[in-house]
Write a protein that binds this ligand. Structure first.
Ligand code: 13P
Length: 233
């Protein structure tokens, strides 16, 4: 299983250094991927955890103030990078086309994209969720060859579940993951959205899930440890 930790915009340098000490104590056979803020990437110092980023520039290095390019992430030992998170789609108005450019830039540097897809509450109420995800995948993966495509990790994150404490039913998650795997049968698919050390007992019954993308829980190493212990039972 893959357990990816999205710190989002949390942890000052001092807090991050303490946090890393705690993370370093977690022993697991699962693959842990830590995605800190860009600045904290520079303070990464863990052996049992791989390094990811939360974003990358869709443009070539150059006159793009405030951006960080894939080649610069590569220099910092970054092996994975989240793209298309709903918070960026929402606040930064990222489009599927821009996400596609980011994926191409990452793959050029041998960095594995973790592509987030998911529907809003309103879209689900209108039964549009399947079509939304198909479109997100179709545009984000344009011009990516089959071999490269299979390396990409997909994270199904229903937007209405992120940070809300509300999770879909196991049936709903299973159906969405199956839909994704019909399109991409050889890709790993993670679930993200309010997963925690309690509901993991239910979630772990979904055999189609290849791992988790954790937000809030990523910031609490003690609870994360319990989550991993229950997952491994
Ligand atoms: P939460 O786990 O806090 O709901 O966040 C999920 C997420 O957005 C991970 O990318």
């Amino acid at each position: 299983m893959i357990i990816a930790l999205n710190n989002k915009c949390n942890l000052t340098k001092q807090d991050f250094l303490k946090y890393q000490e705690e993370l370093g104590k977690i022993s697991t056979n699962n693959k842990l991927i830590l995605c800190p803020t860009f600045l904290n990437i520079g303070h990464y110092n863990l052996e049992n955890v791989e390094l990811g980023a939360q974003n990358v520039s869709s443009k070539e290095p150059g006159a793009t103030t405030g951006e960080v390019a894939a080649i610069q992430l590569k220099e910092e030992q970054v092996k994975y990078c989240i793209v298309g998170h709903s918070e960026r789609r929402n606040y930064q108005h990222e489009t599927n086309e821009e996400i596609n450019q980011k994926i191409i830039k990452l793959l050029d540097q041998n960095i594995i994209p973790i592509l987030c897809v998911g529907e809003t509450k309103e879209e689900r109420e209108k039964h549009l969720e399947k079509g939304i995800i198909e479109k997100e995948l179709e545009i984000a993966l344009q011009q990516v060859n089959q071999e490269q495509k299979e390396k990409i990790i997909i994270a199904y994150e229903p937007i209405w579940s992120i940070g809300t404490g509300i999770i879909p039913t196991n049936e709903e998650i299973k159906e969405m993951i199956k839909n994704i795997k019909e399109i991409l049968p050889n890709n790993k698919v993670l679930y993200g959205g309010s997963a925690n050390e309690e509901n993991i007992v239910l979630l772990r019954e979904i055999k189609e899930i290849d791992g988790y993308l954790l937000g809030g829980l990523s910031l609490k190493p003690e609870k994360l440890k319990i989550f991993i212990e229950k997952l491994e039972k």
